[in-house]
Design a protein around this ligand. Structure first.
Ligand SMILES: NC(=O)c1ccc[n+]([C@@H]2O[C@H](COP(=O)([O-])OP(=O)(O)OC[C@H]3O[C@@H](n4cnc5c(N)ncnc54)[C@H](OP(=O)(O)O)[C@@H]3O)[C@@H](O)[C@H]2O)c1
Length: 300
């Protein structure tokens, strides 16, 4: 199968291409600034319809896994024009092309399509984003659903993994680095999430792509925790000093974009339909530790 992964230099995309190249697939790795280290690199700009069109029609992929996005929630709030171009218009172009080519489109969406008042969200629960990032991703979902293309929308929550990607560090690595260096960290006790290990998510997405699983799926980790509990579990797993983790509340934060309080996701539909199940946080953190240890050993 020919698979194009957009955002292949990112936290999720880089893991998908790494795992997919070990399988019997031909992998194309879409990027913008940072050349991906697996798959056949293919550069395009989601702001530029021509470059997207050229890249995808040349490949004629069976599946497009669309991970690329403007993902910084505060940047999305302050630069809505750029966010619209990348997260809304870019998705529209991709959906139009997959429709023409009869390719299967897998779109990575977010728990931030919800307002966070309820938690444990199921796929058909009412969406109501409270920031522009969530709004832009929800519009991407709607555009795909309205285009005549076979699609899967996978909503995920706070992704983490063993390596920095696309020039950024993820929450888990940020926390581990700070605690290792004996620095205090302020962590929210009143924001609830379903932390998602990129390896587990990438495996679910590849299985779903192979099966052409259609519709909306919540594909997150199987445990709901507060950011604070997540941080404590990370500290426990990596044997780090938990007293450096200081409690703060959402109201103490001075962010440009509002954050929803509880966007934990109910993953029972994915659990039912996939062989590769969403895993519990404790198991995911053990796997994360193994991946970091292996990477360290290979580097030493
Ligand atoms: N990370 C999370 O916690 C989280 C939570 C919920 C949902 N999601 C969704 O999951 C998906 C993957 O997130 P991620 O954290 O893996 O992303 P990421 O690490 O921030 O990477 C973003 C990717 O998008 C590419 N990109 C950005 N602007 C582009 C442009 N104009 N043209 C082409 N490519 C462009 C980047 O390419 P370069 O590196 O080459 O610039 C990079 O590969 C996103 O759709 C995001 O909305 C993420």
């Amino acid at each position: 199968m020919k698979i194009l992964v957009t955002g292949a230099s990112g936290l999720l995309g880089s893991k998908i291409v790494r795992l997919a190249t070990k399988k019997d697939h031909e992998i194309f790795s879409g990027y913008f600034n940072n050349i991906p280290d697996h798959g056949q690199p293919i550069k395009f700009d989601l702001q530029d319809k021509e470059t997207i069109y050229h890249a995808i029609t040349k490949i004629k992929p069976n599946v497009v896994i669309h991970c690329a996005a403007l993902t910084d929630v505060d940047t999305c709030e302050t630069n809505k024009t750029l966010t619209k171009k990348i997260n809304i218009d870019g998705v529209k172009t991709i959906a139009e092309i997959t429709s023409k080519l009869n390719s299967f489109l897998v779109f990575i969406s977010t728990d931030y399509v919800f307002d966070g008042k309820q938690g444990n969200y199921r796929e058909l629960d009412k969406t109501n984003p409270i920031n522009y990032y969530g709004y832009s991703k929800l519009l991407g979902e709607r555009i795909i659903a309205e285009t005549n293309t076979d699609y899967l929308i996978s909503r995920v929550s706070v992704i983490y993994g063993n390596k920095p990607a696309s020039g950024k560090i993820n929450f888990a690595l940020w926390l581990i680095n700070n605690l290792k260096n004996n620095r205090d960290v302020k962590i929210l006790t009143d924001q609830f999430i379903s932390p998602t290990f990129n390896t587990n998510l990438a495996e679910m997405l590849l299985e779903a792509s192979e099966k052409r699983l259609k519709g909306i799926y919540h594909m997150a980790g199987a445990s709901k925790v507060s950011r604070y509990e997540f941080a404590e579990k990370l500290a426990d797993t990596f044997n780090l000093n938990k007293t450096l983790i200081k409690k703060v509340k959402l109201d103490d934060m001075n962010w440009k974009a509002r954050r929803p309080k509880d966007t934990s996701l109910d993953i029972s539909k994915a659990q039912k339909d996939l062989k590769m199940k969403p895993i519990k946080l404790d198991d995911a953190l053990e796997s994360l530790k193994e991946e970091i240890d292996i990477a360290q050993r290979n580097f030493d």
